[in-house]
Ligand binder design. Structure first.
Ligand code: NAD
Length: 850
């Protein structure tokens, strides 16, 4: 025991233990054996099996917890299904009262929850008491508000149904709140699976649900292991959505497991977030920031600032300050209020961290750890700093999920951005500089869902959270998070069983066999000699008809002429592919025939292949500057495209009549609707704004919708012009560049569009068109790692393919499962849904005050 004089000299803290009594009493009250929570009551697992949960701080057992099996999953899903109609039909105000009651209960039980969480997870009581549990309550309050406002603020949207939710162990109760609060607010019922390491607070939450008087079946909690519970839940046919937080590898397997099922999916996955420090930053604040970034929760944080990127001139002074601070950090028992770093969640995770740290040393990086030793009982790892790290080193690329910081240097802002984005993830970033202009510019250029300026690891229910790239898709929190739990009221397809099959079947009598190159058709044509290019005669509609008041009547006359001449127009052109603003011959050298409704040959289009798609993706990336152009400029170009399409309306209508056999009036209406869509998205280009969130910390939190990047678009076979324009226009209006696969049977309207683009100042590479076998080309896009999102409107089988094959780089997908969409309808064929699909929200936190 040190003397007072010694303590005065060394300023060493003594232990300041929080009492474990509330948790002990709660566990004893359950006989140290916890059951499943199904349909509002505690139920023993049908297998009769239990798992043990231990405290990682001292390796002592805490309780036995039921191991659910498939039969329990069935029972929980059935309970949630039975509860859904009444729960979703409740007025929003009634649901708001329940959520408010939950929030109040969380506050009343805060001490129990904080102690239980610290015991079960090993994280420090200061964090659970001051951060996790208050944020849990805040989440329920915030979403009580959205339940109240749903009818007015989300008019036209309805609840999804039964939601399966799977959460990790690093913020057990907070992740539960992030999942359950929005789901319930939007009228869904849930079956939640906590992580095997940390089941206790979810079970304590079940009691809160009971105390708040929620109807049975609205919330069900199933403990157990991933294979028995998680996998069964994911594949369950009566689950309408899966919301998952966890590792990227498991997220990827879930993407594949749910592909084609029609289940909605949101994935919050891993990260390797950059912490970027410029030479004008206040280094003392930076050091405290780093402590919060990588030693908060032992570094077991998905958005941990695990890559320290420092401007070269200040690297050594910063490292010196950091080492000094690390020497003073305290590692120990999670219930000790005087510790900085608690225990690692379990031996398996500890081994993973040790293995990766060893690999860092083996690969030549320099490891520094404080001189003191960690406690020997329990799962502990010291705070660690790696310097001299190559950007491609394993420890610079792989998520370690432990208290390990990896430092690298940069010279210029652009180098900082390049290093920051040199990762497959895109969850968060932190930027430190006293130059706000510079910090905000970096925030804009870093690919991450959340960017903290001169701060780190700030969270609030009002600010959406979620990733770019392999950090997953979907957002939790904020208004944007609500859309993960609703669907447009017109869209009947929820769940896996309810799809009308194949809108494409309705497209004429010709079926296009796809799936192999051989299926492309026996007739292949060597592409266009110059001679054939020369034969460009507009089928109908000369320029002089344009804009005149008699345009419509001329169109009608021309169209009725067309009707009586089914063989018209002759084979007059072989449009090429359109890549990087230029017409390009297909790599294959072949073209494919295009037939009219009566089977007569209308023309030929290029037979695109893998190489053409790759070229188109490259061209689309080169045009990335489009995202930086102003909404105003993009709007002007969209208006110009509309103007030029209007100028050739008659010609486009005639083309539609000739290729689809639709009535001239319908064709005219399709052209008009396409012009209308272009106006709609020109209008939105400078109006789809972000928000400033009221986060209850001294921050301006700016939520900016950003372009996703390169979007692949596989157009529907039906409505070959409108289907294409309705998808391309919102995508480019929001700053994306696109690779378009036009309607396979009727590609000519889309290829005619490139002449319109050429005369409308659209920069090269913003829109690229590759004709050919839609499903084959779609697969190439789905598997392409440089495509950021893929939209597909075709068959159920094609939709499955897109979801499965896109799991490689976890690109965002938007598919129709073969379900038709009324493209003419302004609700189904246009509007906010399209804009949301074309953007991702970045939340930038900017603190204020001295
Ligand atoms: P994990 O992926 O191993 O497990 C997460 C959950 O999924 C657990 O409940 C687990 O039992 C379950 N699971 C595992 N395999 C499954 C399967 N095949 N089918 C269904 N369910 C399955 O992740 P973890 O180790 O618990 O958590 C750490 C990971 O979570 C890290 O990668 C971290 O970055 C990530 N994370 C992300 C966020 C975020 O918001 N993006 C937040 C916290 C943690």
């Amino acid at each position: 025991m040190p003397t007072v004089a010694e303590i005065f000299e060394t300023m060493v803290y003594g232990p300041a233990p929080e009492s474990r009594d509330p948790a002990r009493a709660w566990l004893d009250g359950h006989g140290r054996e916890l059951q499943l929570f199904i349909n509002g009551t505690w139920v023993a697992p049908q297998s009769g099996q239990y798992l043990e949960t231990r405290s990682p701080a001292d390796n002592q057992p805490l309780a036995r917890v039921a191991a659910a099996g498939p039969a329990d999953v069935d029972a929980a899903v059935a309970a949630a299904r039975a509860a859904f109609p009444a729960w979703s039909a409740l007025p929003g105000h009634a649901r708001a009262r329940y959520l408010y009651a939950i929030a109040r209960q969380v506050q009343k039980q805060a001490r129990l929850l904080a102690v239980l969480e610290s015991l079960d997870n090993g994280k420090s009581i200061r964090e659970t008491r001051d951060i996790d549990i208050p944020l849990v309550a805040r989440h329920f309050y915030y979403h009580a508000g959205w339940a109240q406002l749903m009818a007015s603020e989300l008019a036209g949207y309805v609840s999804l149904g039964v939601v399966g939710q799977i959460i990790p162990w690093n913020f057990p109760l907070l992740m539960l709140a992030w999942k359950i609060a929005p789901a319930l607010a939007m009228g869904n019922t849930v079956v939640l699976k906590p992580a095997k390491f940390t089941p206790l607070t979810a079970l304590a939450f079940a009691e809160i649900v009971q105390a708040a008087g929620l109807p049975p079946g609205v919330v069900n909690i199933l403990t157990g292991d991933a294979g028995q519970v998680g996998d069964t839940l994911v594949r369950h046919p009566d689950v309408d959505k899966i919301a998952f937080t966890g590792s990227t590898d498991v997220g990827r397997s879930l993407r594949r497991a749910t592909a084609g099922s029609g289940k909605r999916l949101s994935l919050e996955l891993g990260g390797k977030s950059p912490f970027i420090v410029f030479d004008d930053a206040d280094l003392d604040s930076v050091v405290e920031g780093v402590v919060d970034a990588i030693w908060f929760n032992q570094g077991q944080v998905c958005c941990a600032g695990s890559r320290l990127l420092v401007q070269e001139t200040i690297a050594e002074p910063l490292y010196a300050k950091l080492r000094e601070r690390m020497e003073k950090l305290r590692v120990g028992d999670s219930l000790d209020k005087a510790i900085d770093i608690g225990a690692i969640v379990g031996p398996v995770q500890l081994e993973t961290i040790r293995g990766l740290v060893q690999q860092g040393v083996d690969e030549g990086a320099t490891l520094w750890q404080p001189s003191w030793a960690c406690p020997t009982e329990g799962c502990y790892f010291p705070p660690s700093l790696f310097t001299n790290v190559a950007p491609a080193a394993t420890i610079a690329q792989v998520e370690i999920f432990g208290p390990v910081l990896v430092a690298m240097t940069f010279r210029t802002p652009s180098e900082a951005v390049a290093l920051a984005n040199n990762t497959r993830y895109g969850l968060a970033a932190s930027v430190w500089s006293d130059n706000l202009n510079l910090a905000l510019d970096i925030a804009r250029r870093v690919k991450a869902g959340t960017v903290w300026v001169n701060s780190t690891n700030l969270f609030d229910a009002a600010a959406g959270f979620g990733g770019y790239r392999e950090s997953g898709f979907g957002r939790e929190g904020g208004r944007e998070g609500l859309y993960e739990y609703v669907r447009p009221a017109w869209d009947e397809r929820v769940g896996s069983m309810q799809y009308a099959v194949g809108s494409d079947d309705a497209v004429g009598s010709r079926q296009y066999a796809v799936g192999s190159d051989d299926a492309v058709g026996s007739r292949q044509y060597a592409v266009g000699s110059d001679e054939s290019d020369g034969r460009r005669q507009a089928a109908v509609g000369s320029e002089d008809g344009v804009g005149s008041s008699t345009q419509n009547s001329k169109l009608k006359t021309q169209n009725s002429k067309l009707k009586t001449q089914p063989a018209f127009p002759p084979i007059d052109r072989t449009p090429k592919l359109y890549i990087g603003g230029k017409q390009a011959r297909p790599d294959s050298g072949y073209s494919r025939p295009v037939y009219g409704p009566e089977g007569h040959l209308l023309g030929e289009v290029g037979e695109g292949n893998r190489k053409d798609i790759r070229n188109a993706v490259e061209a689309a990336h080169k045009a990335a500057g489009w995202a930086d152009s102003t909404g105003h400029s993009r709007a002007q170009i969209l208006y110009y495209i509309a103007e030029n399409l209007a100028a050739r309306a008659a010609e486009f209508a005639a083309r539609l009549v000739a290729s689809t056999g639709q009535a001239p009036e319908q064709a005219g209406a399709e052209v008009e609707a396409s012009i209308d869509r272009l106006f709609t998205y020109a209008a939105w280009a400078d109006k789809y704004d972000g928000q400033v969130h009221h986060t209850p910390i001294r921050n301006v939190t700016i939520a900016m919708p950003e372009a996703i990047g390169v979007i692949g678009i596989a157009c529907p076979h039906e409505h070959p012009l409108l289907g294409c324009v309705a998808l391309v226009a919102p995508a480019i209006a929001m700053g994306n560049t696109v690779v378009v696969i036009p309607s396979e049977p009727h590609p000519l309207s889309a290829t005619d569009l490139y002449q319109v683009f050429d005369t409308s100042d659209l920069p090269a590479g913003v829109v690229n068109i590759v004709t050919g076998a839609r499903e084959l080309l779609t697969r190439v896009l789905a598997e392409h790692d440089d495509v950021d999102a893929l939209w597909y409107f075709g068959t159920a089988a094609g939709s499955t393919l897109v979801e499965e094959a896109s799991a490689g780089n976890m690109k965002r997908t938007w598919v129709n499962y073969g379900h038709p969409r009324a493209w003419h309808d302004p609700v189904q064929g246009a509007g906010p849904e399209f804009l949301r699909e074309a953007t991702q929200v970045k939340n930038i936190w900017v603190p204020y005050g001295e």
